[in-house]
Design a protein around this ligand. Structure first.
Ligand code: SF4
Length: 349
C-alpha cells in the first residue's frame, strides 16, 4: 500500500514525487506563475530561498503555508537552472542537502524515513559502504583519514563509523541534488522569469565581490599568472588552461566581458570565438579546478611558498590578498609614524 505523506512532511522532503502531485492537485502550473499575483509572490520567495543558499546558510525556514514552501523549493531549482551558473547550483544543492539531511536525522516516522531514503537511493545504519560508492563520496572530503589507503576495507566494502556515515550521507544527498541540476527549462519560461533571475545574479555578484573584495592582480596564484601571461603573449592555451584561467577570473568576480578582455591582449585575438568560449565556461562549468587537478593537467607551475599552504588556487588568492593588505597597512603605519616624528619646521622646508 502506498504511504500517505502529510503536507508538512512534503515541506521537509519537497523532492518526493508526492510534492509534484500535491502542487498539481492545487492547480499550480510553473508556466503560469509569472502572470498571477500569487505566482509572483512564490517567485519572490524562491529568490529569497536561493539567496539563503548564496549566503551559505544551512536552513531555509519552514512556514505554515505548505503550498508556498513546496512551490518555493521547485521554483528555486527552476530559477538557478535559468541562471545557468554552476557555482550557484552547487550552493543551492548544498543548502537543500543539509536541510533534507537535518529533517531525515530528526525523522521519527520510520516508514517515511525509509520512503525518503529509497527515493534517494541511500541506506542508514549499515556500518559499511561499497568501495566504489565510498570513493565517489569521500573524494569530496579533504582530510587524509578519508583516503582509501587509510581505511579498513573488507570484501569490497569500507567500514565507517556512525559519525562518518553521517558525513557521507550528507555528501550523497548533495551529489544527488547537484546532479539533478540544471533542469531543462523551456525558453518561453526562461524569458518570463528574467526579472527574478536578474535579482539572483545581482545577489550572487554581490556575494562574490564581498568574498573576494576588489580584484587584485598581484594576489593571483603563480599558475594563473602564468596562464594570463601565456594568453597575453598569444600562446595557444590548452583547454584545461583556458578553462582554469576563465573559471578563476570569473570566480573572483570578473564578468565574462572582462575575462574576454584578458584574451584580447593576445596578438591573434578572435573576439567572437573568445566570447563564445568564455560564455560557455562561465555558464556551464565554472568552478576553478583544485591544485591537484591543475597538477594533473600540467598547469600547476611556478609554485611558491604560499602554494605549500593551500590546495586550491582560490584559497591561494584569498590568503595572498590578506597578506598583501596587512603589508600595505603596516607600510602606511610606518610612513605615518615617520612623518609624525619629523619636527614641524623640517616638514615646512
Ligand atoms: S599549487 Fe595550486 S595555487 Fe600554487 S601554482 Fe599550483 S595550482 Fe596554482
Amino acid at each position: 500500500m502506498r504511504l500517505a505523506v502529510e503536507p508538512r512532511d512534503l515541506t521537509h522532503y519537497p523532492f518526493l514525487k508526492e510534492s509534484q502531485e500535491f502542487l498539481a492537485a492545487r492547480g499550480i502550473k510553473m508556466n503560469e506563475l509569472a502572470s498571477s499575483a500569487l505566482g509572483r509572490k512564490y517567485l519572490d520567495s524562491a529568490v529569497e530561498r536561493v539567496k539563503y543558499a548564496i549566503d551559505g546558510k544551512e536552513m531555509y525556514p519552514e512556514s505554515q503555508d505548505f503550498v508556498a514552501d513546496i512551490a518555493t523549493y521547485v521554483l528555486a531549482r527552476v530559477l538557478v537552472s535559468c541562471v545557468k551558473d554552476r557555482n550557484l547550483i552547487d550552493r543551492l544543492a548544498r543548502m537543500e542537502a543539509k536541510r533534507a539531511y537535518y529533517y531525515l536525522q530528526e525523522e521519527e516516522n520510520a516508514k517515511l524515513k525509509n520512503h525518503v531514503c529509497e527515493t534517494l537511493g541511500i541506506s542508514f545504519g549499515t556500518g559499511a559502504m561499497p568501495v566504489i560508492r565510498y570513493v565517489e563520496l569521500a573524494s569530496a572530503v579533504r582530510e587524509p583519514k578519508w583516503r582509501l589507503i587509510n581505511r579498513d576495507v573488507e570484501a569490497g566494502t569500507v567500514k565507517i563509523s556512525d559519525d562518518e556515515q553521517d558525513i557521507l550521507l550528507r555528501e550523497r544527498i548533495r551529489k544527488i541534488f547537484s546532479s539533478q541540476l540544471p533542469l531543462s527549462i523551456p525558453p518561453s519560461m526562461e524569458h518570463e522569469f528574467v526579472p527574478w533571475c536578474e535579482k539572483i545574479s545581482a545577489s550572487l555578484q554581490e556575494r562574490t565581490l564581498a568574498e573576494f573584495g576588489a580584484i587584485d592582480e598581484s594576489a593571483y596564484p603563480p599558475c594563473i599568472q602564468a596562464l594570463i601571461a601565456g594568453a597575453s603573449a598569444g600562446v595557444n592555451l590548452s583547454h584545461s588552461g583556458r578553462f582554469a584561467m576563465t573559471a578563476f577570473l570569473n570566480n573572483i568576480g570578473m564578468t565574462p566581458a572582462q575575462v574576454a578582455g584578458i584574451f584580447a591582449r593576445s596578438p591573434d585575438f578572435n573576439p567572437d570565438m573568445t566570447i563564445y568560449q568564455v560564455d560557455h565556461i562561465t555558464t556551464h562549468e565554472y568552478t576553478t579546478p583544485a591544485c591537484q587537478t591543475m597538477l594533473t593537467h600540467g598547469i600547476c607551475v611556478n609554485r611558491d611558498a604560499q602554494c605549500d599552504k593551500v590546495s586550491h588556487p582560490l584559497n591561494y588568492y584569498r590568503a595572498k590578498k590578506k597578506l598583501l593588505e596587512r603589508k600595505r597597512l603596516r607600510a602606511e603605519a610606518a610612513v605615518k609614524v615617520a612623518s609624525e616624528s619629523i619636527p614641524a619646521e623640517k616638514q615646512d622646508d
